[in-house]
Design a protein around this ligand. Sequence first.
Ligand code: SAM
Ligand code: DTB
Ligand code: SF4
Length: 330
Amino acid sequence: MSVNPQPFQLNPALRHDWSLNAVEALFDLPFNDLLFQAQTLHRDHFDANEIQISSLLSIKTGSCSEDCGYCPQSARHAADLVPEALMPVDAVIKAAERAKAEGASRFCMGAAWRSPKDKDIERVVDMVKGVKALGLETCVTLGMLTDKQTQALKDGGLDYYNHNLDTSEDYYSEIISTRSYQDRLDTLERVRDAGINVCCGGIVGMGESQTDRAKLLMQLANLPKHPESVPINLLVQVEGTPLHGTEALDPLVFVRTIAVARIMMPRSRVRLSAGRASMSDEMQALCFLAGANSLFYGDKLLTTDNPMTQRDKRLFDRLGMRMGGSRYAG
Ligand code: SAM
Ligand code: DTB
Ligand code: SF4
């Protein structure tokens, strides 16, 4: 008698034709079967005890014109946040040096913009060049880009661009009204066409349904190429934002989401992203077992707390995990 509702191939070719039924069937698997499949596939493509480390810095904070319901940086919400203008290049390089000394392999710079101005891009390009010169991989997240800005970032040597779809197309309008899902897909296409690696994922725990989570992952995996990095964020509930007070997601559903992402995008770095500060070590260990092999390291995300580096080091020691490189398995 078969115990698996779906036959599982050990080494499936990368798929870009996922149906909603197939994704929902993965979510519905018994937990142990789902984690076994995810971990088996994970080991086909990665060293299961190695984790890629990114460090985040907010290079321009708050006063954002957008209305993303989860975000403390929106000027439309009442979060307690001190806005800061675009940082000078040398201060960013100093922060990157510290991140490198702590063990980061990638440095991600985030700006609270709907879209940058051309003169902002010039300074960001200088940041990218300076961070790259330290031997770190570079990533920026700046909002929507024009073709010219995308090319300037590529010419400056940018390795990754982060731009999240955040949720399913259906649920999107519950969360953001000031730009469309299609805007986001257009920016992703621009970044991909310019030859920059794509970092794209979403947020769970925003009151979305299981079908929304399945549709988000379907959208990501059915892109012409899987994003090289897939950040899965658990909503950080910030007072003053519209999503503050949302019913907490069942932690095991979060782990399932990581496992399904791993199965659908077996060669991508799946990042256990925002939300770790509220997770136990045991919960994070389950996420690694489900196939997460990247995280944000450092005491702060952009504006909210992340676990202290000492706690993370202890966790890696407890689990026998090593901070490693950034190899994309594709
Ligand atoms: N402004 C740019 C944009 O929206 O593309 C870049 C910075 S924005 C803060 C980057 C991403 O951070 C968002 O797309 C969202 O996925 C994530 N994020 C923001 N606030 C969050 C929160 N409270 N919890 C979890 N993820 C969050
Ligand atoms: C991503 O997916 N998560 C990061 C990064 N990309 C830019 C941001 C998380 C932000 C969490 C809320 C804050 O600290 O402001
Ligand atoms: Fe602005 Fe980005 Fe926050 Fe949306 S997620 S409010 S675009 S900083």
